[in-house]
Design a protein around this ligand. Structure first.
Ligand SMILES: [Zn+2]
Length: 372
């Protein structure tokens, strides 16, 4: 991502405009009194999904950069810097063009490397004898070959240098392997080894469908149970939602998203024909993830694990969602089941029925208070 794209992705226009104009929600949009012409009734609208503003009175409109340029009377680079400050992104003091080019080149190479790694992991799962344990695990969890293929699931071999050799032989340089975080180097000997070993691999894509990171689930009792890629020039954990690339068009069409916690929950829901589901891949939602979601819809059903950690995560996430002007519902499944286990035990139709009956956050809190 270029720095302009990074700032654009992190900035929510509703929030930025809200610093200057008092906005209120009106249908899918936010409206207020236009700051660029005199008026008594609001004709100034902000579209959270399209991330644009428009005034029906004086005709002014554009994206978040245009808004800040106009209202603060700034040039584009100044507005970029101002918005970056607001969203907590530090831009270098002065960025030479070569630095932009070098960063863009590294990012491009990292996308290629991750695509090569995803293919390697998939082949290990489908075509090796060691991958058989991985296939058995996934089959046991009810995942068909079709679903495994669709989510590009893979397997990282136990031996520990397979991915390294594959990427090296494909021509990727050591510097890039290090930057990807997929190959680590021992401190003294500089001996390379793979980050993911003996794990089921879940490729994580950005919103445009490019693989930017991996999650790995231990097959045995190894700790941690889930291991993730580190932060890299193409991956920031708090700014990615798992399966958003696959879910976005359905979220827009149905005008709501289902938010679950883990990869397996997300795959279980999506593969039962309910496509508008994304996973936060962590116990609580970040502001960056909420902004990503807000571009598709401002309505969400939160379906986190109902254990005690899950309840706390649900409450933190809901507080953030409400702060950002989302309409939120809560789906707490009976019997202490997560979405994956629930769908396997009760089926997709039962899950759909629960989904349709999910109470608003307020009703959920009232019910909880009444039963405890
Ligand atoms: Zn106006």
């Amino acid at each position: 991502m270029s720095q302009v794209d990074e700032v654009r992705a992190a900035a929510d226009i509703v929030r930025i405009v809200g610093d200057y104009v008092k906005l209120r929600k009106s249908g899918a949009n936010f409206v207020g009194l236009c700051p660029f012409h005199q008026e008594k009734t609001p004709s100034f609208a902000v579209h959270p999904v399209k991330q644009i503003f428009h005034c029906f009175g004086c005709g002014v409109g554009g994206d978040v950069f245009k808004f800040v340029m106009l209202i603060e009377n700034l040039t584009f680079p100044e507005a970029l810097r101002r918005i970056a400050e607001k969203v907590g992104i530090t831009l270098p003091e002065r960025v030479a063009d070569e630095t932009y080019d070098a960063n863009a080149r590294v990012r491009g190479e990292l996308f290629k490397l991750h695509e090569a790694a995803a293919k390697f992991f998939a082949t290990q799962l489908s075509g090796t004898s060691e991958g058989r344990t991985g296939r058995a695990y996934l089959a046991d969890r009810g995942l068909t070959d079709e679903v495994v293929g669709r989510f590009r699931l893979g397997y990282a071999p136990a031996e520990g240098q397979g991915l390294f050799r594959h990427l090296r032989d494909a021509g990727f340089e050591k510097e890039l392997l290090e930057k990807s975080g997929l190959v680590l180097y021992e401190a003294q000997s500089e001996r390379p080894y793979d980050r993911f070993r003996r794990r089921i691999i879940f490729p994580i894509s950005n919103e445009s469908g490019k693989v930017v990171a991996f999650g790995g689930r231990a097959l045995g009792d190894e700790q941690p149970k889930y291991l993730n890629s580190p932060e890299t020039p193409i991956y920031s954990k708090g700014r990615v939602l798992y399966h958003l690339d696959g879910a976005a068009s359905t979220i827009r069409k149905l005008d709501y998203a289902i938010l679950v916690e883990g990869y397996m929950d997300c795959i279980a829901v999506a593969s039962s024909g309910i496509e508008n589901v994304v996973a936060s891949c962590g116990t609580s939602l970040t502001e960056g993830q909420i902004r990503l979601l807000g571009r598709q819809s401002r309505r969400v059903v939160v379906n986190y694990d109902p254990d005690s950690a899950g309840v706390a995560a649900t409450q933190r996430s809901l507080a953030l969602l409400l702060e950002e002007g989302f309409e939120a519902k809560v789906l707490a499944l009976p019997g202490g089941l997560d979405p994956d286990s629930y769908i396997r035990k009760q089926g997709a139709a039962a899950y759909r029925a629960r989904l349709a009956d999910a109470p608003t956050y307020t009703d959920y809190l009232t019910e909880r208070a009444a039963t405890t």
